[in-house]
Write a protein that binds this ligand. Structure first.
Ligand SMILES: Nc1ncnc2c1ncn2[C@@H]1O[C@H](COP(=O)(O)OP(=O)(O)O)[C@@H](O)[C@H]1O
Ligand SMILES: [Mg+2]
Length: 253
């Protein structure tokens, strides 16, 4: 079986600054794969490379066995056309720290938008699934609310439902609870836990070590553009082997 995500020596620079210095990792189907590390270590950049929002400078990235963003001919890589990149991206849901909902649309309209616009799905069908998804994230009563009428936790749950509406095979979460008031974190993590139990493959950049420990199948600690340490979340968090990991964990745990 293919890994859902495979990174081989992924390098990424912004101008002269090398932000990813050779990332190797594999995420198995149905796995909850957590990434932790200090600010600026390249976590968001790596997630953005997975759906080709950033172009990598060297190495290879595969999603479900398919090279991301490029076609390989001999030993040369050719960048895919925008349409082809968009088609790849459709299979990957992304949830950001900030909820990025459309402010002028209701929760229901936010969730329906992409299936109708991108997939050309019939409105009635998209609406039916949007209702079911909002129900699933505990917002069945809020379908008609606008983002400004919802709490941060509710908005983030709409954002998750919106990503799920495209029926992705992989979900990327970039610090989904970091912008939330502490009392709203739990409701979002509950939705993510439910998704994990349902078998969704998820890469989760997070500072929520409790979530990583309970729900995570694997965890990597990134620092300064490299994977310093990886393994079972409980092992890495309870018994870090590297000084940098120990130092980081002593600040966040
Ligand atoms: N578009 C960009 N242009 C230039 N530098 C960037 C860009 N995006 C990120 N960086 C830099 O890359 C480094 C890693 O950033 P990021 O991936 O956001 O780290 P993290 O998510 O771990 O905090 C930081 O030094 C950041 O300033
Ligand atoms: Mg980040």
């Amino acid at each position: 079986m293919n890994a859902m995500v495979k990174a081989e020596a992924v390098h990424k620079s912004f101008g002269p600054v090398e932000v990813l210095k050779g990332i190797d990792l594999e995420v198995e189907p149905r796995e909850v794969f957590c990434i932790v590390g200090p600010s600026g270590s390249g976590k968001s950049t790596f997630l953005r490379c997975i759906n080709h929002l950033e172009k990598i400078n060297a190495g290879r990235l595969y999603v479900d066995g398919t090279l991301v963003g490029y076609r390989e001919h001999g030993d040369k890589l050719y960048e895919l056309r925008d349409r082809e990149v968009a088609a790849q991206r459709r299979d990957i849901g992304m949830v950001f720290q900030r909820f990025n909902l459309f402010p002028h649309m209701t929760a229901l309209e936010n969730v329906m938008e992409a299936p109708v616009l991108v997939k050309g799905e019939a409105k009635a069908k998209a609406q039916e699934r949007a209702r079911a998804l909002l129900d699933r994230v505990g917002l069945g009563e809020k379908t008609g609310s606008y983002p400004a009428q919802l709490s941060g936790g509710q908005q983030q749950r709409v954002a998750i439902a919106r990503a799920l509406a495209m029926e992705p095979k992989l979900m990327l979460f970039d610090e989904p609870t970091s912008a939330l008031d502490p009392e709203l974190v739990g409701e979002v993590l509950d939705v993510m836990r439910d998704l994990a139990q349902d078998g969704m493959t998820m890469i989760v950049v997070t500072h929520e070590m409790g979530f990583a420990r309970e729900v995570g199948d694997s965890l990597v600690f990134m620092d300064d553009g490299v994977v310093v340490e990886s393994g079972n979340p409980r092992d890495v968090l309870n018994d870090p082997q590297h000084e940098r990991t120990k130092s980081f964990l002593s600040k966040v745990l």
